[in-house]
Design a protein around this ligand. Structure first.
Ligand code: ADP
Ligand code: MG
Length: 676
C-alpha cells in the first residue's frame, strides 16, 4: 500500500467511510493528506488549572480523579457527564451532555488534555463540552488539544476530529513518501519550505507563522503546476500534424453574403472574433480557442460563421450544448441563418432522434457523442457553455476527429489573471460589446422589509403592462438536488396560495422530463402563465422576449456572474426590464457585494468584484464554473501568480530534467477546457 492507494484500501474504517470521503474529494490516501485545514483553533498554550480565569479559552491537562454519569428527568438533557481532572495547582470539572459513552473511555487515573472556555458562573471551575483527548503515556504529542488545532472542511459523518486523527496517523506512516519534486535551486531562491515539511506543518503547525509558510509553499505549487500543465498542453497541441487548414480567402465573398443576410449588423467585437477564427481556420495548426462573452453578446452567430466556412471547405461541423432547450434553440437559429445557403443542419437530443447522417452541421446535447453517429468528415467542433461538460465528455468529442478545429464558448467571465494561468494553452476571444439597442435591466437589491411592497409592484406590472415574470428559487446544493427542487415546489405553492392567487403561475425545474419542460416553457412563451417559478436552471439559454422581470430569491448564495447570467434572461425584447434581488437572512452582510449588481452591467466587471469581495475560493467553489478547486492557492493572490508564472517560464522547456515534477504535472486533470 502507498499514498496512491484508493482510500478503501486504507483499512476497515476507511472502507466504511469511503463514500463520505469521496464527497470531500478524497479518493486516495494522498488526497487525504492534501485535504487542507480551512483554519486553526488556537489551543496552543497549556495552562495551569489553578491559574485559569472565567471566560478564557484554554487548554488544561491533568489526571482524572472522578468520572461519572448523572441521570436527569428532562426531555432534552437525559444525562450529564462530569469528569474532574487535577494537576499540581488545582481541579477543574469537564462537563458534557447526553454522551454517556464518554465515561467508558475516560478512566480514573488516565491523563487527559481538554480545551475550551472556562465557564462564567463558577462555583467550581468548569468547561462545558470541551475538545479533549486522552494522552497516552508514550505519546508526548497531542493532536486535538494543547496546540494549533486544524479545522477541516467536513461532511455528514466526517468530523474534523476524526480527520485530524487519521491524517496524523497517515503522516506518521507515510511522510517519507512525500518526496520533494521542485528543483533545489527554486526552493532555495524563494526560501520555500520542503514539500513533506509543508504538508506536515499545514496540518499540525508549530505556530501560525509556520502554518502560513507551509500554505504559501503549497499554494505556489498549485499555481506552478497549473501553469506548467497549460504550457505543456499548448506545446502538445501545436506539435500535432494538421491537415485541415481551410482556404478561407477563397470564401470571403460568400462569408460576406452570409453576414449581409443576417437580420442584424454584427458588433465590432463579433467581427474581430470572426477574423480571429478565420485566421485559426486557415492556419496550419488547428484552432483551440475559447470564446468568452456575456449572456446575449451574440456568441452563437460567431460560431455559425465558422461552421459555414467549414461547410464551404467540404467538412462537417458539430455543436454540443448542455441542455435540450439550448440545443433546440441553437438548431432553430442556425438553420434559419444557414439553410438558404444550402447548409443541411440536423438536431439530435434525447427526444429528437437523428434521421440522417447526411448533414453538414449536427447540433445536439451530449447525444452527439453517441458511438452510433458516424461523422464522415468532421472539421470543426464547437462546445457551448463548456463549463457544463465534464472532462470526459469534452475528451470524447475530441476523439471524433483528432485534428478538427475546436471552439469552446462560455458566458462565465474569467478574470485575466486567472485566464492566463488556467487557460495558458488557449487562444482567447472576448466579445466585450453588446449588440446595439439592448436596454439596461434596472436592478434593485430589495431589503427584507420591502418584500410585500415588491410583490405588489410585480402584480401591478403584470396587470398594467402585460409583463411576465421569472421567480428563481434558492440554489441549495451544487447540482440541482432534490432539496433545491423541493424549495421551488414549496415556493410555487406559497405564491399560488398566499401571494398571487389571482395570477397564473407555472413551475420549471431540472428533473422534469424534457417534453414536460418544453411544454411548460411553451406555455410561458405563449403567455399562459404570468409567472414562472424556476430552479436556477433558467440560468442557461432560455429566450422569452416578453419576460421582463427577474426576481431572484436568496441571491446571496449565487456568485455575481451567475446572477448576471440569470438577469440576462430578461431584457430580450423591447420593453423595459427589471431584476429584483432578495436575500434570505444575511442582507446586511451581503449587501455590499450584491449592490454591485445595481451599478455594474458587464459580466467581467462583476467577476472582478466577486473575486475581490469573496476570493476565488468562493467564486470558483462550485464545479459549474469549470475551474479546478484550488486547495491552498487563491486566484486573487496576484503576486504569487506572477511568481509561479515566472518560475514556470524558467523551467518550462527542460521539464525532462525534473522527472518528479513532470510526474506531478501529468497527474493534473484540469477541469477546465482541457481538450485532450
Ligand atoms: P450568447 O452570447 O448569450 O450565446 P446569442 O448568440 O444567443 O448570445 O445571442 C443573443 C441574441 O442576440 C440572439 O437572439 C441573437 O440572434 C441576437 N444577436 C446576436 N448578434 C446580434 C447583433 N449584432 N445585433 C443584434 N442582435 C444580435
Ligand atoms: Mg449562448
Amino acid at each position: 500500500m502507498n499514498l496512491q492507494s484508493p482510500i478503501s484500501a486504507g483499512g476497515r474504517i476507511f472502507k466504511l467511510y469511503a463514500g463520505r470521503l469521496e464527497k470531500l474529494g478524497i479518493f486516495t490516501l494522498e488526497d487525504m493528506l492534501l485535504h487542507l485545514p480551512t483554519r486553526y483553533e488556537d489551543y496552543s498554550v497549556v495552562s495551569k488549572i489553578g491559574e485559569v480565569q472565567a471566560g478564557e479559552t484554554v487548554t488544561v491537562q491533568g489526571k482524572v480523579i472522578e468520572a461519572k454519569n448523572q441521570y436527569l428527568r428532562s426531555a432534552r438533557i437525559k444525562t450529564i457527564q462530569k469528569v474532574i481532572i487535577s494537576d499540581d495547582t488545582g481541579n477543574i470539572e469537564l462537563i458534557w451532555f447526553n454522551q454517556p459513552f464518554l465515561i467508558k473511555s475516560i478512566l480514573v487515573g488516565s491523563v487527559i488534555s481538554a480545551s475550551g472556555r472556562i465557564d462564567k458562573s463558577p462555583r467550581t471551575k468548569s468547561i462545558k463540552a470541551p475538545a479533549f483527548e486522552i494522552l497516552q503515556q508514550s505519546q508526548n504529542q497531542s493532536i486535538h488539544t494543547g496546540r494549533l488545532i486544524p479545522v477541516y472542511p467536513e461532511t455528514k459523518g466526517i468530523t474534523s476530529k476524526w480527520l485530524r486523527r487519521q491524517i496524523y496517523n497517515l503522516l506518521e506512516q507515510y511522510l517519507d513518501e512525500l518526496v520533494e519534486y521542485l528543483p533545489e535551486e527554486l526552493i532555495n531562491e524563494n526560501d520555500f519550505m520542503q514539500y513533506s515539511r509543508a504538508i506536515k506543518e499545514i496540518h499540525f503547525p508549530k505556530d501560525m507563522d509556520t502554518a502560513n509558510r507551509a500554505k504559501n509553499r503549497l499554494a505556489f505549487d498549485e499555481l506552478l503546476l497549473l501553469q506548467l500543465a497549460a504550457n505543456k498542453r499548448r506545446t502538445a497541441w501545436k506539435s500535432k500534424k494538421i491537415t485541415k487548414s481551410f482556404k478561407v480567402q477563397e470564401n470571403e465573398e460568400e462569408i460576406d453574403k452570409l453576414i449581409e443576410s443576417l437580420p442584424f449588423r454584427l458588433t465590432s467585437s463579433q467581427l474581430v472574433a470572426i477574423t480571429e477564427l478565420k485566421n485559426d481556420l486557415s492556419s496550419q495548426t488547428s484552432m483551440n480557442r475559447l470564446l468568452q462573452g456575456d449572456v446575449g453578446s451574440g456568441k452563437t452567430i460567431v460560431a455559425a460563421v465558422a461552421m459555414y466556412i467549414t461547410f464551404l471547405n467540404g467538412y462537417q461541423s458539430v455543436l454540443m450544448a448542455p441542455t435540450e432547450i439550448l440545443a433546440t434553440q441553437h438548431f432553430k437559429t442556425i438553420s434559419s441563418f444557414l439553410s438558404k445557403f444550402g447548409v443541411k443542419t440536423s438536431l439530435i437530443t434525447r427526444s429528437n432522434k437523428l434521421e440522417t447522417e447526411n448533414f453538414d452541421i449536427l447540433i445536439g446535447t451530449h447525444a452527439v457523442l453517441s458511438e452510433k453517429i458516424n461523422f464522415s468528415n468532421l472539421g470543426f467542433i464547437a462546445i457551448d457553455e463548456q463549463q457544463r461538460f465534464g472532462v470526459a465528455q469534452r475528451g470524447t468529442i475530441r476523439q471524433k476527429s483528432e485534428n478538427a478545429h475546436l471552439l469552446t464558448m462560455t458566458a462565465t467571465p474569467i478574470p485575466r489573471t486567472v485566464a492566463l494561468t488556467m487557460y495558458g494553452d488557449l487562444d482567447l476571444s472576448y466579445l466585450k460589446e453588446m449588440p446595439k439597442g439592448r436596454i439596461r435591466i434596472k436592478t434593485w437589491l430589495v431589503p427584507p422589509e420591502k418584500r410585500n411592497a415588491a410583490y405588489e409592484w410585480i402584480r401591478k406590472k403584470i396587470i398594467d403592462t402585460d409583463s411576465q415574470v421569472f421567480i428563481v428559487c434558492p440554489f441549495i446544493e451544487e447540482s440541482e438536488s432534490l432539496q433545491t427542487i423541493k424549495a421551488a415546489k414549496n415556493e410555487y405553492e406559497r405564491l399560488t396560495r398566499d401571494i398571487f392567487p389571482d395570477l397564473k403561475i407555472g413551475l420549471l425545474h431540472g428533473k422534469l422530463k424534457a417534453a414536460e419542460k418544453n411544454k411548460v416553457l411553451n406555455q410561458f412563451r405563449k403567455g399562459e402563465f404570468d409567472i414562472l417559478v424556476a430552479t436556477p436552471v433558467v440560468e442557461v439559454g432560455i429566450d422569452i422576449p416578453n419576460a421582463t422581470i427577474m426576481m431572484i430569491e436568496a441571491s446571496e448564495r449565487f456568485g455575481l456572474s451567475q446572477l448576471h447570467q440569470m438577469r440576462g434572461r430578461v431584457g430580450r425584447g423591447e420593453k423595459e426590464s427589471y431584476c429584483l434581488l432578495f436575500t434570505d437572512n444575511d442582507y446586511a452582510q451581503n449587501s455590499r457585494r450584491l449592490k454591485g449588481m445595481e451599478t455594474l452591467y458587464s459580466g467581467a466587471e462583476l467577476a472582478e468584484l466577486d473575486l475581490k469581495l469573496r476570493g476565488s475560493g468562493n467564486m470558483y467553489g462550485t464545479s459549474q464554473h469549470g475551474l479546478p478547486n484550488l486547495k491552498a492557492a487563491n486566484f486573487s493572490d496576484t503576486q504569487l501568480l506572477q511568481k509561479a508564472k515566472k518560475e514556470a517560464e524558467k523551467l518550462f522547456p527542460e521539464l525532462n530534467n525534473y522527472p518528479k515534477l513532470l510526474e506531478k504535472i501529468n497527474e493534473i486533470t484540469i477541469e477546465a477546457v482541457s481538450p485532450d
